[in-house]
Design a protein around this ligand. Structure first.
Ligand code: GLN
Length: 556
């Protein structure tokens, strides 16, 4: 094939993943699963998400609309697909792995203001597309064999055009062996006709070709395996090889996707097209996970008392971490989402009496606070395993201060600036272990930079349940919050039985509290769910599910 003279000589090869027909077909999971398959063949991969929206980062986006904000080790607030990438592969995500149109445009406009373009007319092509290409090529290194780039949105959207143009150009510049286009489409089964329909796929590929991209491989999302004649038809109309028409069948367990893709021959097709050689994949880890998932010895029910309970995606990593905790104990975990707003002293018994464990997740704002406090009180007094995460930990401290210490107006200054007992408050200064300097905070500043974000060290107290779970003296966990436990009340709170069992190395920031004389009542200031993987379930989720199951076995 003709290779342009300016072809870049890079070790890394690129796979571009686009989506058609409609959203929510599972492009993120498809990208992550391809990563898993390539890693299973011994290749080193990384992934990147390019999001078409204008927000500069997903940090300030409403979880009701966009799902969870995933936080990486380096403290970047990213799209939830990066969570899938980390759960399915060993690639570690950072600021380089997620770009929005907003971030790209911001950088182009900043350059323009600084005079970088020397007064030239700044345009989508080439300036914006060059910026996108630079962000993609930035992933190339001798340490990475394949970079998988997922383009958010659906082909045909106005917003994603600059991204698609950028990957089209890259395909030309990198050459056939170094760039592969995979398109995810939808093949619905129409019940009344008793037929699988290929027309939406044909249209979506036509749309992609109109902007200059001929997909090499089609992933067809459908509820059944595509029969040969359907594959043949799609191949003919879409200009792809028949073996490159891959069934992306609905699955019961998302960790089955790499197995289904492999069964359909996806990874060997990728190897062939990218002209790479790698051993046959070792898929035993995924097979074991799926086997355990499908053959649990028993089940537990966990109540999640939160605010964003109506959109499943808002607690994506949390839901997965609970599943992982179940896998580690060979248990099926049933999640019972309870809207904290609707929990009252009158209905709490009915809502929580059948659950084996109670979890209050992170969140912002006062909504649902009273319901969450009720749930925490219920877990504390009835000795039901409790796991408080971030806001959930802060509320556990407030509940304890109010009802055990009798400080009825104890609160977080997030909710009551004038509380006489600010047990949770904004610290003006603290030592930032990541930056190695004192961080000062302006109390008026409410957005962005003032949050404690990303992985921080935490030392654990021996003879605690958390130490038992981690079996380590020091851990690193990811944060995303502004408010902290107020050390002024630490002595009193500990004396009354809520122990501080994890702190920053200088003992200034309280990271974990644990209740005495309770089977399992733990609150953590960080978000352990971001680091849980199916092949390596997070120790706290494993321990929480274990404790919940023991509670169940003892008759609830
Ligand atoms: N709103 C709380 C804070 O900012 C908790 C945040 C969270 O749960 N992620 O400190």
């Amino acid at each position: 094939m003709r290779v342009p003279k300016n072809q870049k000589k890079l070790h890394t090869k690129f796979i571009f993943i686009t989506g058609g027909v409609l959203s929510s077909l599972g492009k993120g999971l498809a990208a992550a699963s391809i990563g898993a398959l390539l890693e299973a063949r011994g290749l080193r991969v990384t992934l990147q998400k390019l999001d078409p929206y204008i927000n500069v980062d997903p940090g300030t986006m409403n979880p009701f609309q966009h799902g969870e904000v995933y936080v990486t080790e380096d403290g970047t607030e990213t799209d939830l697909d990066l969570g899938h990438y980390e759960r399915f592969t060993s690639a570690q995500m950072s600021a380089k792995n997620n770009y929005t149109s907003g971030k790209i445009y911001y950088s182009v406009i900043t350059k323009e203001r600084k005079g970088v373009y020397l007064g030239g007319t700044v345009q989508i092509i080439p300036h914006v597309t060059d910026e996108i290409k630079a962000a993609i090529l930035d992933l190339a290194s001798s340490q990475i064999d394949v970079a998988i780039i997922e383009i958010g949105g659906t082909v045909g959207d106005i917003e994603s055009l600059p991204f698609l143009e950028a990957i089209r150009q890259l395909g030309y510049e990198l050459g056939k062996d170094n760039a592969l286009y995979i398109h995810l489409t939808y093949v619905p089964y129409i019940k009344t006709a008793g037929e699988l329909k290929t027309k939406p796929t044909q249209h979506s590929v036509k749309e992609l070709r109109a902007i200059g991209i001929q997909p090499d491989i089609l992933l067809c999302r459908t509820d059944r395996f595509l029969p040969p004649e359907i594959k043949k038809k799609i191949a003919l109309f879409c200009n792809v090889e028949e073996e490159a028409v891959i069934t992306a069948k609905d699955v019961e367990c998302i960790y089955e996707i790499p197995l289904v893709f492999h069964q359909e021959g996806l990874d060997s097709k990728i190897m062939e097209y990218l002209n790479m050689w790698a051993r046959e994949p070792d898929l035993s880890i995924w097979e074991n996970i799926v086997k355990t998932f499908k053959n649990p010895k028993d089940e537990v029910t966990i109540a999640i008392v939160g605010k964003y309970v109506n959109l499943k995606d808002s607690y994506k990593s949390l839901n997965e971490a609970l599943v992982h905790g179940g896998l580690a104990n060979n248990l099926k975990v049933n999640l019972k989402f309870i809207n904290a707003d609707e929990l009252t002293p009158e209905n709490i018994e009915k809502q929580l009496k059948d659950v084996d464990g109670i979890l209050v997740p992170g969140g912002f704002g006062i909504r649902g606070m009273e319901g969450k406090l009720l749930a925490i009180n219920y877990a504390r007094t009835k000795k039901i395993p409790f796991f408080g995460i971030c806001l959930g930990m802060q509320l556990a401290v407030i509940e304890f201060a109010r009802n055990v210490l009798g400080w009825k107006e104890a609160n977080s200054t997030e909710f009551d600036k004038n509380t006489p007992y600010p047990v949770i408050y904004l610290m003006k200064e603290w030592y930032d272990y990541r930056k190695g300097c004192i961080e000062k905070r302006d109390e008026q500043c409410n957005l962005g930079g003032t949050m404690r974000l990303g992985a921080y060290p935490c030392k654990l107290l021996q003879n605690s349940k958390v130490w038992e779970a981690y079996q380590k003296d020091e851990i690193f966990e990811r944060h995303r919050h502004r408010y902290e436990f107020n050390n002024a009340y630490r002595k009193d709170i500990e004396k009354a039985g809520l122990k501080v069992v994890g702190t920053s190395p200088d003992d200034q920031l309280v990271e974990i509290v644990e209740l005495e004389n309770h089977p399992w009542f733990i609150g953590v200031q960080f978000h352990p769910e971001f680091k849980s993987k199916p092949i390596n379930p997070h120790p706290l989720f494993k321990a929480f599910i274990k404790a919940s199951y023991e509670h169940k076995k003892q008759g609830g």
